[in-house]
Design a protein around this ligand. Structure first.
Ligand code: NAD
Length: 256
């Protein structure tokens, strides 16, 4: 379905980004991976799906590196047709104890990076009159949780950015939508499970149950594969007139 298209997924060496990259590759899209840590393993997983894959290690908190990454994707594959703004980090603390440097980092990686990647990728999408911009927000783009001020502010911000991007391009073939997952068991969330287990002196399994029980009525983690399937749907021709939505996949979290 996506043969001949190129998808750039930020923060795709791990977790949700890697899951979305694999789902898009399974539909035939060539992939540009990004993120820290080992890139060879993820590259091999994508290549095994029979598509072309490249990697760029841009630090998503640095606008000039983001510009360089889009230029690299254009040079390698002729442009970016599907941009998935997924890279994200978390820091948990009350506002009065929140390190200023962590606030700046979370806003830069979780919000500003999407603005920079979008502004640089848009012109060639508009020239082709086809594009998909998918912002990985969170339930925290729709509701708040204590001790996550920077994350919740950034995720509400990216939902707003999604709407404006959709509106500015509404008469073109370029759509923009957000995905809002609840808990997904990735390294980002495992750190919060570990912190809960240590703080309460409970097992890893009990900490997971507590985490789910506080917020997610289904008592199930959403999987990267399920989120990948939604990204594929947004990228399909059936997604042509879905514009500016913030679509939650959260086991009922925000239905409460
Ligand atoms: P993860 O920690 O598994 O992956 C994050 C990815 O981002 C990694 O590839 C990492 O290398 C990359 N990254 C981090 N900082 C970067 C930087 N400065 N430059 C480039 N890459 C960077 O986390 P995840 O859970 O897969 O999170 C992915 C996205 O999904 C994030 O935006 C997160 O906020 C969002 N999200 C996660 C959950 C969840 O429960 N895990 C829920 C809702 C939303």
């Amino acid at each position: 379905m996506l043969k001949g298209k190129t998808a750039l997924v930020t923060g795709s060496t791990s977790g949700i980004g890697l899951g979305i990259a694999k789902s898009l590759a399974a539909q035939g899209a060539n992939i540009v991976l990004n993120g820290f840590g080992d890139a060879e393993g993820p590259k091999a997983e994508i290549a095994a799906l029979g598509v072309q894959v490249a990697y760029h290690g841009a630090d998503m908190s640095k606008p000039d590196e983001i510009e360089d990454m889009i230029a690299f994707a254009t040079k390698t594959f002729g442009g970016v047709d599907i941009l998935v703004n997924n890279a994200g980090i978390q820091h948990v603390a009350r506002i009065e104890n929140f390190p200023v440097e962590r606030w700046d980092a979370v806003i830069a990686v979780n919000l500003s990076s999407a603005f920079h990647a979008t502004r640089v990728a848009l012109p060639s999408m508009l020239a082709k009159n086809w594009g998909r911009i998918i912002n990985v927000a969170s339930v925290h783009g729709l509701v708040g949780s204590a001790e996550k001020s920077a994350y919740v502010a950034a995720k509400h911000g990216i939902v707003g950015l999604t709407k404006v991007t959709a509106l500015e391009n509404a008469t073109s073939g370029v759509t923009c939508n957000a995905i809002c997952p609840g808990w997904v068991l990735t390294p980002l969330v495992q750190k919060q499970v570990d912190a809960k287990a240590a703080a309460l002196g409970i097992s890893n399994d009990d900490a997971k149950k507590q985490l789910l029980g506080e917020k997610e009525p289904s008592m199930q983690f959403t999987s990267p594969e399920e989120l990948g399937a939604l990204a594929v749907f947004f990228s399909s021709e059936a997604g042509n007139n879905i514009r500016g939505v913030a679509w939650n996949m959260d086991g009922g979290w925000t239905a409460q």
